[in-house]
Design a protein around this ligand. Structure first.
Ligand SMILES: [Zn+2]
Length: 383
């Protein structure tokens, strides 16, 4: 991006105040340059235009066209921001704006006073009522800063000199919102409808971020959400309104099935453990299992009784459980993995890992148990 030259007077609105700069086109005869952004140099008052590609030669006479599509969306975001901030302020004057963001479709209002989800719903409804009651007209006035005290400004301004006031009046002619602002706004506040709060987030002490959409970006989003919800509902043979109930029923069913699966796994694992032949190595009993499902491993390896060691594989998963204090499950697993390849670890009672050679893993556990058990037996016998 280049910021090499200036245009003055400008028709493109520069980036600032949480709002994007205008985009559009500059033309000279048949030639056209795309403006990708604009910025204001506050010191000189010059608006710098960034253009894609090569620059027009110096002294070229240009005409400019603002991208109306993106500008209208920007105006809707900004208008929605004023009106929603005012709606929050009317619910509770403590809900003051600390910062705003309007650079993307998801706009933000950072509010003091910790508004809740319920407050947001009330603010949204209040604004909807004002908007359906009649025109919410925009007027702008240049007012010397010394006279600002005569206006019910929603937010104090540090500006001096002549300050631009952006005023929205309701259908009765009453002031709805008065702000010092130099941004771009829609001529009718109603055109920013719908203004929809998407969510609230506590961002730091005393500051809550309200995310919202306004105007066409809100309407498109709500339409998309509805279409997704309808497709989901059709998949469940129900209506959109019944979705929460259907999802709740499915959640209960899922929990019931999970509990049942857990019980069945435990029963199957117990049966497989009982069916596995017991191999005796001195005082140690070894059970070796090849399980059909890795989900059975936890149940098959839990509560290994005293005097027993269990080794199990399921696919590439492997596990060792030990009820013999002298035979550490973690040490047995790691020793077997050293030969069979793989990785894993664990505690003295239970260890888990993965190997691509499950049969070799089991053979190595068997060999290690046989060796260590007879050594342990010899040691015990000598005592
Ligand atoms: Zn504004």
């Amino acid at each position: 991006m280049k910021w090499p030259w200036t245009l003055q007077p400008f028709i493109f609105y520069p980036q600032g105040g949480g709002q994007n700069g205008d985009q559009g086109w500059l033309r000279a005869g048949a030639e056209e340059w795309t403006v990708t952004g604009t910025r204001l140099d506050k010191a000189s008052g010059v608006v710098w235009h960034a253009v894609a590609g090569e620059l027009p030669p110096v002294d070229t006479q240009l005409s400019g066209e603002v991208d109306a599509h993106s500008r209208l969306r920007q105006m809707a975001r900004h208008t929605g921001e004023h009106l929603l901030a005012q709606a929050f302020a009317r619910i509770n004057p403590a809900f003051e704006v600390a910062a705003v963001g309007m650079r993307g479709p998801d706009c933000t209002l950072d509010l003091r006073g910790s508004p809740s989800e319920a407050d947001a719903q009330v603010a949204e409804a209040l604004l909807r009522e004002v908007m359906v009651a009649g025109p919410l007209t925009l007027e702008t006035q240049l007012v010397p800063h010394t006279e600002l005290g005569r206006y019910p400004l929603r937010r104090a301004t540090p500006l001096t000199g002549d300050v631009q006031l952006v005023i929205f009046r309701d259908t009765a002619g009453e002031l709805f919102d008065v702000s010092a602002c130099a941004g771009t706004h829609l001529p009718l506040g109603n055109l920013a409808a719908p203004v929809t709060v998407l969510g609230l987030e506590h961002i730091r002490a005393g500051l809550t971020r309200v995310t919202f959409r306004a105007g066409p970006e809100a309407a498109e989003y709500l339409g998309e959400v509805y279409r997704s919800a309808r497709a989901l509902a059709q998949g469940f043979n129900t209506g959109v309104a019944e979705l929460p109930e259907r999802v709740e029923a499915l959640r209960s069913e899922r929990d019931r099935l999970a509990a049942e699966q857990s019980r069945l796994r435990a029963a199957l694992a117990a049966a497989l453990v009982t069916a596995a032949p017991v191999e005796a190595y001195g005082p140690v009993q070894l059970r070796v299992l090849s399980l059909p499902d890795a989900g059975l491993l936890p149940a098959a390896l839990s509560e290994v009784p005293a005097g027993e060691v269990r080794a199990a594989v399921a696919g590439e998963r492997c596990s060792v459980g030990s009820g013999v204090p002298e035979l550490d499950a973690g040490a047995l697993l790691r020793a077997a993995l050293t030969v069979s390849g793989g990785k894993g670890g664990g505690r003295a009672e239970l260890a888990q890992g993965q190997t691509q050679q499950p049969e070799q893993f089991l053979a190595e556990v068997r060999r290690a148990v046989a060796e260590k058990a007879s050594w342990s037996y010899v040691c015990h016998s000598r005592r």
